[in-house]
Design a protein around this ligand. Structure first.
Ligand SMILES: Nc1ncnc2c1ncn2[C@@H]1O[C@H](COP(=O)(O)OP(=O)(O)OP(=O)(O)O)[C@@H](O)[C@H]1O
Length: 332
């Protein structure tokens, strides 16, 4: 029998934006959506469309213009309405710079326990254990005594995620957690968030511009497009449907192939045989250099022999090359 999934966070007829002296600026209108346990959702859309505003609204840091944000799987603290900061239900990692750089990592992660502390703000044994567990989950125990100013941007992001984990909320919201990180750190953060969603059964939402990584790691995409709505779906379904192309209006990038489109300016077709990475990167070099790579036999034919660093390229006339650079220099 099909199971009904109850979202941990539901947006019900939610309208978000700003009311200013010159009128209201509605960014998203009448949203009915949910964030599910165990899923990483990536929230994408062009600059200025309203991603940070929606994240802040979901975190209860900004009042919705209409509608509600409803939490499941946990009781609301007594007397608290569902629209407002709920630190035991939702943790949030924003893009704001950390100002207390003299603080050490363990102290910052301990802030995650504050919603649970009594009037004397003392961490219990259990709180301390949870802080250590959060450090361990993100693999940063070795940084626990480091001061924040000693950390790289990637390490600091891990610390912020550990703080959110120490807060033990079913929902975690992050605004551009991979901004300013290098490729390795971006991949590490995205993989970590996906693993945490699965392992700890959390609903994690991140606003991101990392299209490539989001397509490979997200369980679900929220795509902000036209008409103040969100299109949702599995990454692959949305790629195939063409909605990303509509929203982002790619110039010179083919999302369906995941490749930059090159002009075949040489007016020459070439066929290539081979396999593995060597074949892939041979095609890449040929296309970037203005050849049209075709699968049918052609006058110009290259056989890719061997793999990776033991690759040679053999032309139809028997000429053999030991680097793509040498092959390209020889081609007409
Ligand atoms: N405090 C504010 N008062 C009024 N309008 C605001 C306020 N903050 C942001 N806006 C406007 O709301 C719109 C959405 O901003 P927001 O930062 O949410 O977009 P975003 O999608 O996160 O952008 P980016 O991808 O560039 O981070 C923008 O037009 C912005 O100028």
């Amino acid at each position: 029998m099909k199971q009904t999934i109850t979202p941990l966070l539901s947006l019900q007829a939610l309208t978000v934006g700003y009311v200013t002296s010159v009128g209201s600026n509605i960014l998203f209108e009448n949203l009915d959506l949910g964030l599910n346990a165990g899923e990483l959702t990536c929230f994408m859309g062009p600059n200025g469309i309203g991603k940070s505003t929606l994240i802040r609204t979901l975190a209860g840091l900004q009042t919705p213009l209409a509608g509600t944000v409803r939490h499941a799987g946990a009781l609301l603290p007594s007397g608290q309405k569902s629209n407002g900061p709920l630190p035991q239900l939702t943790s949030v990692v924003l893009t704001d710079k950390v100002t207390s750089v003299q603080m050490n990592v363990r102290e910052l992660v301990s802030f995650g326990r504050y919603p649970y502390l009594g009037w004397n703000i003392t961490l219990s044994r259990d709180d301390k254990d949870k802080v250590e567990a959060a450090l361990a989950e993100v693999h940063i125990q070795h940084l626990a005594s480091h001061r924040l100013f000693e950390l790289s941007d990637g390490q600091l992001q891990m610390v912020m995620i550990a703080r959110a984990l120490a807060q033990e909320t079913p929902v975690i919201l992050l605004d551009e957690p991979t901004a300013h990180l290098d490729l390795n750190n971006r991949v590490e953060v995205m993989n970590l968030l996906r693993r945490l969603a699965r392992k700890l059964d959390k609903a994690i939402l991140i606003a991101t511009h990392e299209l490539d990584l989001a397509l490979q790691t997200a369980d679900l995409i929220w795509l902000a497009g036209r008409e103040k709505t969100l299109i949702t779906g599995m990454p692959e379904d949305l790629v195939l449907s063409g909605v990303f192309d509509e929203v982002f209006q790619f110039k010179g990038y083919n999302l369906k192939t995941g490749r930059v489109q090159h002009e075949a300016y040489r007016g020459k077709a070439v066929s290539v045989s081979g396999h593995g990475h060597a074949l892939l990167w041979t095609k890449n070099a040929l296309e970037r250099n203005g050849f049209e790579v075709i699968s049918a036999p052609s006058g110009l034919y290259i056989e890719v022999v061997g793999v990776d660093d033991a690759t040679t390229w053999v032309l139809q006339d028997g000429n053999t090359f030991h680097s793509l650079r040498a092959l390209l220099a020889h081609l007409p």
